[in-house]
Design a protein around this ligand. Structure first.
Ligand SMILES: Cc1cc2nc3c(=O)[nH]c(=O)nc-3n(C[C@H](O)[C@H](O)[C@H](O)COP(=O)(O)OP(=O)(O)OC[C@H]3O[C@@H](n4cnc5c(N)ncnc54)[C@H](O)[C@@H]3O)c2cc1C
Length: 191
């Protein structure tokens, strides 16, 4: 087995690489689960992983929101603090709504998991909605910081790059729609 490092633009704390399984021989005692059930096991694992990714994404968005709101109090532009500008208030409002909404959806999905309820639909909806909305929150935080946010002086740019990656890891936005759309159609087939 060999690996080839890949250099990410965010999430620097986790190494990233391609893994090559050349001439690897596995014995029967190294098999995980039942033969023929590997794909289903992987899909089940993704349901949990997607919720964890959104938990991380909510944390990143909350951090960006806190930083941006604090900065909006401190930064004086055109003779008053930024937060007194109505357009900045609108950004802060939408950021808070998106973080709270995603957190509630996350809690609901985790509660369902804890109570042994199926979450194939919920975890994919959560991933599709939560990763994008939380990324949008961080993008709005960057907008509040403007030029300063586009530097390495503050952490919002790093949060932005970290959060963008979460829209791919654990399954992309498009694949989440593929998983959800068919289930939603079935759910309301006889409505
Ligand atoms: C931060 C991060 C962590 C990751 N961690 C892991 C990990 O731990 N283990 C691991 O194995 N992989 C990991 N990945 C890889 C990740 O799972 C893949 O990047 C992701 O599944 C998309 O695959 P791809 O990059 O090959 O894109 P592709 O499959 O080439 O897709 C390219 C684009 O086409 C779209 N697309 C593809 N097929 C369809 C379709 N049928 N319908 C509509 N649109 C489609 C995709 O949504 C995407 O926008 C990670 C990636 C990131 C960014």
């Amino acid at each position: 087995m060999s690996t080839a490092p890949l250099h990410k633009i965010g999430q620097q704390c986790i190494p990233f690489c391609e893994v090559y399984f050349d001439d690897v021989v596995l014995t029967e005692d190294q098999r995980m689960g039942e033969p023929g059930k590997g794909f289903m096991m992987l899909m089940k694992n993704f349901e949990v992983e997607r919720a964890y990714i959104v938990a991380e994404q909510v944390g990143l968005a909350q951090a960006a929101l806190e930083d941006a709101a604090k900065y909006a109090n401190q930064r004086i532009a055109f003779g008053k603090p930024l937060y007194k500008q109505e357009m900045i208030q609108e950004l802060l409002t939408d950021m808070e709504i998106k973080v709270q909404t995603t957190r509630q959806l996350l809690y609901k999905t985790l509660w369902m998991m804890d109570n042994d309820q199926p979450v194939q639909l919920e975890s994919a909806m959560l991933k599709r909605y939560g990763c994008k909305e939380c990324f949008n929150v961080i993008d709005m935080a960057l907008q509040i910081y403007a030029g300063l946010g586009y530097t390495t002086e503050v952490r919002v740019g790093r949060l932005w790059a970290d959060a963008r990656g979460n829209m791919f890891g654990g399954g992309t936005h498009e694949i989440m729609a593929y998983i959800c759309g068919r289930q939603v159609a079935k759910k309301y087939a006889d409505a």
